[in-house]
Write a protein that binds this ligand. Structure first.
Ligand code: G6P
Ligand code: MN
Length: 445
């Protein structure tokens, strides 16, 4: 079984490879092909993987290439985890937005739109190549903004592309933990878009345990989302939002904290990773040790500005390993070996949320088997959540239309319609700022 990883020189590839090393079952991945545009990054990551595999018999073979078509041919699974414009681009996404007084974040608000406008044309090209060169492959999309990018790819690959994110998994796991439930036995009633969803219930043995959590301020304040959003707001909502909703519900505080930060998240990661890849050029350095140190620092500082504004303190030790690689492996196993399971994934709506059309990609629990991911029926969202989901989906559609037509006017519309962009004039200036900053947006005319 051949797994091709696009963005194979990326920092989180060793997480995926580590998960593969732990999979001893028949039908497991035997060949890993790393593809990246940057040969230096490929050899850095290959060094880490070699150290990971050193003590493991029959470790999956690893090859690396900068030729995309060669990487795709014969693939059974394609993981796409690319970063168009690199972390320098992410830092620019943040800066341009903050200069206009609005949120610049990788996936949310103006920053997410800019990143989407840059990424969609590249993702579409990949999808078309997969359709041509590996039509039977399943594509697992990690590339952010994951919902939007999955939808762009689904126009060429249909249901053979599935988007993943570890945020809802982490959220479900934390809620189960504080309730004393086994996450494997809990049914998590979660729905929305990627980075824009809500847990409305958690059923164990047919009983919804979430009301017990919402009624207990001590329990509610004891985990990440309780600290981030505050117990009163969670009780008011009657649901537990995805952590990324902090950017909406506490937008003013988040924008202020991001503007005042010494470095934005993207700039911090740009510098941190530049240091790691530089270190990998030294033949005497232990690749795995350097990688793990860098990873631990990244995880400990995740959303630190948001947590600071909320007075949430340090992250819980249990939350420090996201589970990114576990979702990917569980999904591959379920499809490749028909090991039926339930996972929260980004798939086409197909009537699940009646306010959206059938092709809109949403994030929802899915039954997964050899035939792919099938979204399960869920209760409708309350009006306030439906409003946000519909508004953000409309923005995503403008991004897709702008990427398709190259229309600058449509790009302005995408920014202007976003609930976190407060003026059409700001939207116009954002398009100017982003097209100046990113050569990858030169297609907007
Ligand atoms: C969460 C999100 C991912 C994101 C990751 C890393 O797990 O769901 O989409 O890529 O965090 O965030 P960072 O700020 O460290 O790049
Ligand atoms: Mn995510």
């Amino acid at each position: 079984m051949k797994l091709t990883i696009l963005g194979g020189g990326g920092f989180r590839v060793p997480l995926v490879y580590g998960a593969l090393l732990g999979d001893r079952a028949e039908g497991r991945v035997t060949d890993v092909v790393l593809h990246d545009l940057d040969a230096g990054r490929l050899s850095a990551v290959a060094r880490v993987l070699a150290e990971q595999a050193a003590a493991v018999p029959d470790a999956p073979s690893v090859t690396a290439t900068t030729d995309l078509d060669e990487a795709l041919r014969g693939a059974d699974f394609v993981f796409s985890a690319i970063r168009v414009g690199g972390l320098e681009g992410r830092a620019a996404d943040e800066r341009v937005a903050l200069d206009q007084g609005v949120l610049g974040q990788e996936t949310v608000g103006a920053g997410g739109i800019a990143y989407g406008l840059r990424t969609v044309p590249v993702a579409v090209d990949i999808a078309q190549r997969v359709a041509r060169l590996a039509p039977d492959a399943w594509v697992i999309n990690f590339t952010n903004p994951a919902g939007l990018v999955t939808e762009a790819m689904s126009r060429h690959l249909g249901n053979r592309v599935i988007g993943i994110c570890d945020s809802p998994v982490g959220l479900g796991r934390r809620i189960a933990r504080v309730l004393g439930a086994d996450p494997r036995e809990a049914w998590i009633d979660y729905v929305g878009l990627n980075h824009l969803g809500w847990v409305r219930g958690l059923r164990v043995a047919g009983r919804d345990e979430l009301p017990r959590l919402l009624a207990d301020p001590d329990l509610l304040g004891s985990f990440e989302e309780g600290k981030l959003f505050g117990t009163e707001w969670l009780q008011s909502l009657g649901a537990i939002p995805n952590e990324y909703l902090h950017y909406y519900y506490f937008n003013r505080e988040a924008v202020r904290a991001y503007s005042e930060a010494e470095k934005t998240r993207g700039a911090f990661l740009r510098d941190q990773q530049a240091h790691f890849y530089e270190e990998m050029k030294r033949p005497d350095a232990s690749a795995l040790t350097a990688w793990d140190r860098t990873r631990a620092e990244r995880e400990a500082t995740y959303m630190s500005e948001n947590r600071e504004t909320a007075g949430a303190g340090e992250r819980d030790a249990d939350d420090l390993s996201g589970g990114y690689e576990k979702v990917a492996l569980a999904l591959m196993r379920a499809i490749a070996r028909d090991e039926r399971t339930t996972l929260i994934l980004n798939v086409r709506n197909q009537g699940t949320l009646s306010v959206l059309d059938t092709e809109a990609v949403i994030e929802v629990p899915c039954l997964v088997d050899a035939n792919g991911a099938h979204p399960v029926g869920v209760d409708p969202l309350p009006d306030h959540a439906t409003g946000l989901v519909c508004a953000v989906k409309a923005v995503e559609r403008e991004v897709l239309a702008a990427a398709d037509s190259g229309s600058r006017t449509t790009a302005v519309k995408a920014f202007a319609l976003h609930p976190l962009v407060d003026s059409v004039n700001v939207a116009r200036r954002l398009v100017e700022g982003y097209t100046d900053a990113h050569p990858g947006l030169a297609y907007l005319k």
